[in-house]
Write a protein that binds this ligand. Structure first.
Ligand code: PEP
Length: 257
């Protein structure tokens, strides 16, 4: 049994305004108010415009739910219209920040180099990156999912020292499984998550690799989460669509029930 606490994180993407966010988080906290879920860490990752409302709710009601942002600027301030910086997210007491999501790589042309700079920005301000990696369908058809994903990992972690990397969360998200209803088999998820852990051991140490949480993401639902979580190198889920339904997300968090 691994000592890594599973992390179930809901990536809301560009959904739920700040009023809907409040209602949603209240519903989650009510449903998770007993002791059962203490062995699982729960986080929501709302749009930027919701973060202040979620912070007020979490702080005021002392909720155990954590929260974070979906992106971060590599810069700390300046003429970068539309971007949000690490100091801004830290001021909102975000715990996490998603970096390198495939939708950012696809629609905003984010490269591994930019992802690397964003990870550095997150660590400068005490934020924990949830680094997303994973292959597109053509790469999987060619059987290159492991080397491709590891090269994304290498690029993202360039010059990140062990003292920082030890707290990173990595989300293996095969692009062909995101929002498609096409879930990777538990064995598919395990193959790449194990390879990621192996690479962390090579880059840093076995001790660090054993401590880092690796999530699976891609059409996770209450019906498939338990079999994915049963894999030895899967330590949680990054949940998109299914996290927008509070009841469904609660069932995912309670995958052990
Ligand atoms: C995601 O957005 O990270 C994701 C995994 O989405 P979905 O669960 O909808 O596939």
């Amino acid at each position: 049994m691994s000592s890594r606490t599973p992390l179930m994180a809901g990536n809301w993407k560009m959904n739920l305004n700040h009023l809907e966010a409040i209602a949603h988080v209240q519903k989650l906290s009510f449903a998770l108010a007993d002791k059962d879920y203490e062995a699982v860490e729960v986080a929501v990752l709302p749009p930027f415009t919701d973060l202040r409302s979620v912070q007020t709710l979490v702080d005021g009601d002392k909720l155990k739910i954590k929260y974070g942002a979906q992106d971060i600027s590599p810069f700390d301030s300046g003429a970068y219209t539309g971007d949000i910086s690490g100091p801004m997210l830290a001021k909102l007491k975000c715990t996490f920040v998603v970096i390198g999501h495939s939708e950012r790589r696809q629609y905003h042309a984010e490269t591994d180099e930019l992802v690397n700079h964003k990870i550095k920005a997150a660590y400068r301000h005490g934020l924990t990156p949830i680094l997303c990696v994973g292959e597109a369908l053509e790469i999987r058809k060619e059987g290159r999912q492991v080397p491709y994903t590891l090269s994304q990992l290498d690029g993202a972690l360039k010059d990140i020292p062990a003292e920082q990397a030890q707290s990173i969360v990595i989300a293996y998200e095969p692009v062909w499984a995101i929002g498609t209803g096409e879930v990777a088999t538990p064995e598919d998820a395990q193959e790449v998550c194990a390879a990621i852990r192996g690479r962390l051991a090579e880059l840093y140490s076995q001790e660090l690799a054993d401590a880092v949480r690796i999530q699976y993401g891609g059409s996770v639902k209450s019906g498939n989460v338990a079999s994915i979580m049963a894999q030895p190198d899967v330590d949680g889920a990054l949940v998109g669509g299914a996290s927008l339904d509070a009841d469904e997300f609660v069932k995912i968090v309670r995958f052990r029930d």
